[in-house]
Design a protein. Structure first.
Length: 457
């Protein structure tokens, strides 16, 4: 496996020489992985466990991975250096990580992969471990999408035709839409339904990961409820909160180190919306993308301050739908519009968001971070896999079908005091709770267990 790069030629033997039989293998690939997994990595190190940090290599650019690793002061012990299309990356992770795990198994170690959330790495890495009869710890387990039952709210249906798009004013339908009633509607669990496969492929990934998991670390009780309904064992599901809180609070303490306001002085006084649009379903659908873009453009032209963090998929969508020249011209002609590539350091993100009036996003993690920071959130999807943040009132769905409605929902959420007062639901000191749970399970046996172990025969 010459593609794998180890921190030292003797890496495998060095790990094998550790007195512990268990190897806690923390896996990272994307920025959310780094943000949410590094707190657990540090906690395991602090307690003296044999802990290894493995990088798949999916996010290898400085602003997607390298800068954040430097910021957090960690370096991977090995890098799988995977590249290619989705199916190629999946097969490479399984093959290359399976090799690393197999080599440690030959040396007498029990490997415990720590996988995060709904990523490709979570799905493939848990598979690689399971092939060796090693079950994973699933950090952020049980996240399932709930979708509002739009039939119960006739004023808003995803099946309506697109009323506005790029180069047009937002539709008049937004003016007729009762956002307050919609916000209230979304806080009633009876108005939601299960079954969505969006976001794609993340909902597939999280379900697959669960099947190869021995310790499920659920952020909230709702996630535990989902897993119990799917038949996972009650005694291996633990509600611990979300480790993103640990990373966010740590970054909040370092805000004075951020240089983001030196680069973007317009943001220093706050009162802006942060947009991020990167989901495949939004960026591959012209209808959806133009609805979101139209809402953003309308806010810019109204004089509102808008920060657009443009990612790989965002840029591809601008090119795909012939909007690249227009968005560049919009940024040039409107000083209230900041059109920026993704930032390398997490502290910059947190520093800027601490000043924001609202966040409009199709991200999953941003919904959690906004809850932790008491920032109103608008989710640019039909449903949400963090629906708990909507049920508690701090987040609101803006289905990507109509620019006018999306714009009105964002204006409703803008510095909304009621939304800012929503309860913080993702806990605190989460990494400590996670490792406490894992140590307790390991006293009883390994994460992987057969029927004798499960039935205690």
């Amino acid at each position: 496996m010459q593609e794998i790069v180890y921190r030292s030629p003797a890496f495998l033997d060095e790990v094998a020489s550790h007195k512990d039989k268990h190897v806690h293998l923390i896996l990272i690939a994307t920025k959310p992985d780094i943000i949410k997994q590094v707190p657990l990595y540090r906690e395991l190190q602090k307690r003296g466990h044999c802990v290894v940090l493995g990088h798949t290599g999916q996010h290898y650019d400085e602003n997607l991975s390298g800068g954040m690793l430097k910021e957090f002061g960690v370096q991977p012990d090995f890098n799988l250096n995977v590249r290619g299309t989705m199916y190629e990356v999946v097969s490479q992770i399984i093959g290359r990580l399976g090799y690393v795990i197999g080599e440690l198994k030959k040396r007498g170690k029990v490997v415990i992969p720590y996988v995060h959330g709904d990523t490709t790495t979570a799905m493939a890495a848990s598979n690689a471990g399971f092939c060796h009869q090693f079950a994973s710890v699933h950090v952020e387990a049980g996240i399932r999408t709930l979708t509002p039952n739009y039939a119960l709210f006739p004023a808003l249906t995803p099946h309506q035709s697109l009323r506005s798009g790029a180069g047009q004013a937002p539709s008049s339908k937004g003016g007729q839409f009762d956002v307050k009633a919609w916000h209230h509607f979304l806080q009633d669990r009876k108005n939601w339904e299960r079954g969505s496969l969006e976001p794609y492929p993340e909902q597939f990934n999280t379900r697959c990961s669960e099947a190869a998991t021995g310790i499920h670390l659920a952020p909230v009780e709702l996630d535990r409820e989902f897993m119990l309904s799917e038949g996972f064992p009650d005694d291996r599901i633990f509600v611990v909160g979300n480790s993103v809180v640990d990373a966010t609070m740590e970054a909040m303490e370092r805000i004075d180190q951020s240089t983001v306001f030196d680069r973007h002085s317009t943001l220093k006084d706050g009162d802006f919306v942060r947009f991020c649009i990167h989901r495949r379903e939004n960026c591959l659908s012209e209808k959806r993308f133009r609805a979101i873009y139209g809402a953003m453009k309308g806010l810019v032209e109204d004089g509102r301050k808008v920060l657009l963090i443009s990612m790989i998929q965002t840029e591809a969508a601008f090119e795909r739908f012939g909007l690249k020249d227009e968005v560049k011209a919009l940024a040039k002609s409107h000083p209230n519009f900041i059109y920026s590539p993704v930032w390398a350091e997490y502290v910059d993100v947190v520093a800027a968001m601490s000043k924001a009036a609202v966040c409009a996003t199709d991200s999953g993690s941003m919904q959690e971070e906004m809850n932790a920071m008491s920032i109103p959130c608008v989710t640019l999807r039909f449903g949400s896999d963090r629906s708990e943040s909507i049920l508690c009132g701090g987040n609101i769905i803006a289905p990507p079908v109509d620019a006018g409605i999306i714009k009105k929902i964002i204006e409703f959420a803008w510095d909304n005091k009621q939304m800012r007062k929503a309860p913080k639901i993702y806990g605190k000191d989460v990494s400590k709770k996670c490792i406490d749970v894992i140590e307790k399970v390991l006293k009883e046996g390994d994460p992987f267990r057969n029927e004798e172990g499960r039935l205690r025969l």
